[in-house]
Ligand binder design. Structure first.
Ligand SMILES: Cc1cc2nc3c(=O)[nH]c(=O)nc-3n(C[C@H](O)[C@H](O)[C@H](O)COP(=O)(O)O)c2cc1C
Ligand SMILES: [Mn+2]
Length: 475
């Protein structure tokens, strides 16, 4: 059944048996370490609800690892919760293909208005913000949040997840990478010497978090995109001071502004590559003008880290679906699967399976999959495999790479491709470009028929054996 807000979503996750409540953890490093342990050491990483955080009252909660299981991703997207990985990728592709954006619906109020702090009363230090990792240069209140801004010239509203650090009781720091939509909007405000109004939602329907970290095209609001995914408008409330719309179901809302020239040191922060690559820089400050929160609020945390993480987990399905869609639109035929494994951070490794039709088909698939929009930024390796290889099974992929790829013939290098400040292998001062490898791990087309036959157990024999002996041998 469809859920209405984060709290109903948590009830359903509990019903699925995937919610764990943690009482008494320390915001300083311990929460971060628990998140890491949960995602690295459990079969299915649970959704974690931290309560009674050390030094804070019971009820002030943090939810983490929300989208770290196939069932929870499917629940959030309104899909059946019992799908295999490649079926989930196929369903997402269909969702994107058929998606019709639905604008949000404005309502008068939301439960987040239960408590309001005016500017003079604002004190974010009363919320349990974690310091996630030991090398982090601060406590990051914004990782699973929404940053909401409006374009000063074109009027459209953008939502992005751009990390937010706590500077002090009423000011925060914001890091937005070059080219991101809010950064383009900010540059427009500052060019006119105007402040940029900004709203943050710090706890909400995870579908909105998904949309806010998704490559929604420039000019289209993530609310419209999320509405399209949900099949109904997202309810929003227009804030009095900034006129920005925030989710009606938000748990905690911050309203503020960034002023031209108002910057402070930000970073380092454990990033999605698993490194502190963007170091420390001067970045814009958010001056908080008002803060709202529900009783017993739940803030969302989704710290990036060494992969696989929550974000790389759920993004693996979306990025795979988008690349697959773009391959087809570019006219690459007979793609039978695409997978961007969380271990490769979804950006750094893409596997494409094709049914080879003609000479050069594998290179074509590899080059397009490496350079299409969904893959262009900070990619690294693209592997093309035959249709008998399951792209979601890394054992299969390694086997294809080690047996069907002749490095001298089958690895193409592309130079001067799109990278950015977060790319760990590019030296400081040289950031911007990187190179890509296309690894053709398909059997060579010209002697496909003569290629050594694979050793396989026929499917019907495998099934019979599993029925007869499986219980005894596999349990
Ligand atoms: C947990 C998490 C943290 C992120 N942190 C940042 C960040 O600090 N800065 C940034 O520019 N992008 C960050 N991103 C990526 C953006 O959210 C993503 O690129 C999104 O598409 C940006 O929205 P936009 O296309 O409207 O600019 C993060 C994503 C996730 C999932
Ligand atoms: Mn956007």
């Amino acid at each position: 059944m469809a859920y209405q807000d984060l709290r109903e979503w948590l009830d359903q996750v509990n019903w699925l048996g995937e919610l764990k409540t943690v009482e008494g953890a320390d915001w300083d490093l311990e929460i971060g370490a628990i998140i890491e342990m949960a995602r690295k050491e459990s079969q299915v990483a649970p959704c974690l609800l931290f309560d009674s955080i050390k030094g804070f009252a019971k009820g002030l909660r943090i939810v983490a690892g929300q989208l770290n299981s196939i069932k929870r991703v499917a629940l959030t997207c309104g899909m059946p919760t019992d799908m295999a990985t490649m079926d989930l990728v196929r369903s997402m592709r269909k969702k994107i293909k058929d998606l019709k954006p639905i604008p949000p619906r404005e309502v008068k109020e939301g439960p987040f208005m239960e408590n309001v702090w005016e500017e003079k009363d604002v004190d974010v230090l009363r919320f349990p913000t974690p310091r996630y990792n030991i090398g982090d240069g601060g406590r990051y209140i914004g990782t699973g949040h929404l940053t909401i801004t409006r374009d000063p010239e074109e009027g459209w509203l953008n939502i992005g997840t751009y990390r937010v650090v706590v500077h002090d009781s009423n000011s925060l720091g914001l890091y937005i990478s070059p080219g991101r939509h809010a950064r383009i909007q900010m540059e427009k405000y500052f060019a006119q010497k105007h402040p940029m109004p900004v709203a943050l939602s710090l706890g909400h329907d995870p579908l909105l978090f998904m949309a806010s970290a998704f490559e929604v095209p420039y000019g289209l609001s993530e609310y419209d995109f999320a509405g399209g995914l949900k099949g109904e408008p997202i309810d929003v409330v227009k804030l009095a001071q900034t006129g920005l719309q925030v989710p009606a179901s938000a748990e905690v809302v911050i309203e503020g502004e960034c002023l031209p020239g108002d910057v402070k040191t930000e970073g380092p922060f454990g990033e999605w590559t698993g490194y502190y690559a963007s170091h420390v820089r001067e970045e814009p400050v958010i001056r908080i003008r008002r803060m709202y929160f529900r009783n017993d609020p739940i803030m969302a945390g989704a710290p990036p880290s060494r992969p696989p993480t929550e974000a790389t987990f759920y993004k693996s399905f979306w990025r795979s679906a988008m690349i697959w869609e773009e391959l087809e639109r570019a006219g690459v035929p007979d793609v039978v699967g695409v997978y961007c494994p969380p271990e490769g951070n979804t950006r750094l490794l893409t596997v494409v399976a094709i049914r080879q039709r003609y000479p050069g088909h594998a290179r074509q698939a590899g080059l397009v999959a490496s350079q299409c929009h969904a893959a262009a930024y900070l990619g690294r390796f693209t592997v093309v495999v035959d249709e008998d290889i399951d792209p979601t099974d890394m054992k299969d992929v390694w086997w294809a790479m080690t047996t069907r790829c002749d490095p001298v013939e089958d690895i193409e290098i592309l130079r001067r491709c799109l990278s950015g400040p977060l790319d760990p292998i590019i030296q400081r001062g040289k950031k911007g470009f990187n190179s890509r490898a296309i690894i053709d791990a398909c059997r060579p087309y010209e002697w496909l028929k003569d290629f050594p036959a694979s050793v396989i157990v026929p499917q019907d024999l495998a099934r019979q054996v599993r029925e007869k002996w499986g219980k005894q041998i596999l349990s």
